[in-house]
Design a protein around this ligand. Structure first.
Ligand SMILES: [Zn+2]
Length: 306
């Protein structure tokens, strides 16, 4: 196998990926992975299917989820690992995120496809709800409304500013704060990692022209979250080239953070696939994963889970 044997970040069509959890596990097997985690946005609903497929394919896995949260007006993603998927505190946090996303998607459908409902789009795509990925809206626009890709891109470009502002507003209204998310994930026996610090820096600190400056701001933000319960930071991600990985590794945090890593693979999405991103293209070595495994055991034991 090439790349990393451990990949802790991927998405199925339970959020914005484009294939089923089973298909995703099959892709992990083809890539020769040892351990993979499904981290859908705001939902752990794909875990049972993913785990069954991984067991059949002899790949290790654990529950995971990517959660959007907020801290002092800043919105960003964190990853939860090893948490009990049925825990009520986690369900509450995820419900809040789904409310924000559903409101945002309903708004977008209403604006971009007048007279069409979210249900129409899900039905046409043949995917289970809730609607979280704009790619299904684009598919509907192409195949049912007869728009060309150029039309769709123009419309999407024209609406981008308004769409981002709406999303921010819906999220501000509904999302759980970082402290609430950390508390819920810990109570459910999991640990929490700051996701793709570089990508987060691009969104939160666009005033800085250089990517290392934006990453630096992002790492400072992560540092401020440590007293609130942050356990780890994503060291490798498809948006982190070697220089950025080095910067994360050497950053002086107020107290040490564990490292996580993953490709953020979404399945092969025609026309949108990031070239070169697949299971194992970013991740951790077995040795790098060891401290994280210990922390996961400790956290589960601390809340009485085996
Ligand atoms: Zn992701």
């Amino acid at each position: 196998m090439k790349g990393y044997p451990i990949d802790l970040h991927s998405h199925s069509w339970c959020s914005d990926g484009n294939c089923s959890p089973t298909k995703l596990a099959e892709r992990a097997a083809e890539a020769g992975m040892e351990l993979v985690v499904l981290t859908d946005h705001g939902t752990i609903s794909g875990f049972e299917e993913f785990e069954a497929a991984c067991r059949r394919l002899r790949i290790e896995t654990m529950p995971g989820v990517e959660i959007r949260t907020q801290y002092r007006g800043l919105q960003f993603d964190v990853l939860g690992y090893g948490l009990d998927p049925a825990h009520a505190a986690v369900a509450k946090v995820l419900d809040a995120q789904q409310l924000a996303e559903a409101a945002n998607m309903a708004w977008y459908v209403e604006r971009s496809c007048p007279g069409v409902t979210v249900e129409d789009i899900l039905h046409h795509a043949g995917v289970p709800g809730p609607l979280t990925a704009p790619c299904w809206i684009r598919k509907f626009q192409r195949e049912v409304l007869g728009l060309t890709i150029a039309d769709i891109e123009r419309q999407s470009h024209e609406m981008k500013g308004e769409r981002d502002a709406q999303k921010l507003a819906f999220c501000q209204q509904h999302l759980a704060t970082f402290a609430q998310v950390a508390e819920a994930v810990h109570a459910a026996g999991g640990i929490i990692s700051f996701a793709h610090a570089h990508e987060t820096g691009i969104h939160l600190f666009p005033e800085h022209p250089k990517s290392y400056q934006r990453l630096d701001r992002s790492l400072d933000l992560a540092g401020r979250l440590i007293p609130l319960g942050l356990d780890a930071i994503e060291l490798r991600h498809n948006s982190h080239h070697d220089g950025l990985v080095d910067m994360i590794r050497r950053h002086h945090f107020p107290s040490p953070l564990l490292f996580t890593g993953g490709s953020d693979f979404h399945g092969d999405r025609p026309g949108e696939h990031k070239p070169g991103v697949c299971f194992g293209s970013s991740g951790l070595t077995a040795r790098e994963f060891r401290p994280l495994r210990c922390a996961l055991y400790r956290q589960r034991a601390a809340v009485g889970l085996r």
